[in-house]
Design a protein around this ligand. Structure first.
Ligand code: 4NP
Length: 150
C-alpha cells in the first residue's frame, strides 16, 4: 500500500499546490512514485475548482515543476481517515485541521518542524513571497520525504 500524504493550506491555490508539486517531483527523482499517493487541499472553499494562483504556477515552472493541472478542493471529513499523513503549511491550518479531525487516524503535522515554523501566506504580498515559499517548501518536502522513507 502506498503511503498517502495530503498537503493543506488555507486556499489550496498558493502554498499547498507548490508542496504537492515539489513533493511529487522529489518522489519521482528518487524513483519512489509507486510508494506515495499525494494530494493537496484547502481548509477554505473560496477557490474550489480553480487552478493554482498564476504566481505559484510561474514559480514552480521556474524550478522545473508543472503544477498547472492541479485544481483546488476543500479538506473533506473523509481525508482524516483516508490519508496517513496530513501536512499543514502553518500553525493556523494545523489548528483548523485538529478541530475538524474527529476520530480520524491521519497524523497531523506541520511541514516545517525543525525549527518549528510557518510557511508564510504569500497571497496578499509581492512575487518575492512566492520564491520564499518555494524555498521553504522545498526544504520541508526534502525533510518530509526523508522522514517518511525511513
Ligand atoms: P494559500 O493562500 O492558503 O497558500 O492557498 C491563500 C489563497 C487565497 C486566500 C488566502 C490564502 N484567500 O483569502 O482567498
Amino acid at each position: 500500500m502506498p503511503q498517502s500524504v495530503l498537503f493543506v493550506c488555507l486556499g489550496n491555490i498558493c502554498r499547498s499546490p507548490l508542496a504537492e508539486g515539489v513533493f511529487r517531483a522529489l518522489v519521482q527523482e528518487t524513483a519512489q512514485a509507486d510508494r506515495f499517493f499525494i494530494d493537496s487541499a484547502g481548509t477554505g472553499a473560496w477557490h474550489v475548482g480553480n487552478p493554482p494562483d498564476p504566481r505559484s504556477v510561474e514559480t514552480a515552472a521556474r524550478h522545473g515543476v508543472d503544477i498547472s493541472m492541479q485544481r483546488a478542493r476543500k479538506v473533506h471529513p473523509g481525508d482524516f481517515t483516508r490519508f496517513d499523513t496530513i501536512v499543514a503549511m502553518d500553525g493556523s491550518n494545523l489548528s483548523t485541521l485538529q478541530a475538524r479531525a474527529g476520530g480520524g487516524v491521519a497524523e497531523l503535522r506541520l511541514l516545517l518542524t525543525n525549527p518549528q515554523r510557518d510557511v508564510p501566506d504569500p497571497y496578499y504580498g509581492g512575487p518575492d513571497g512566492f520564491e520564499t515559499v518555494y524555498r521553504l517548501v522545498h526544504t520541508g518536502c526534502r525533510e518530509l520525504l526523508e522522514t517518511l522513507s525511513r
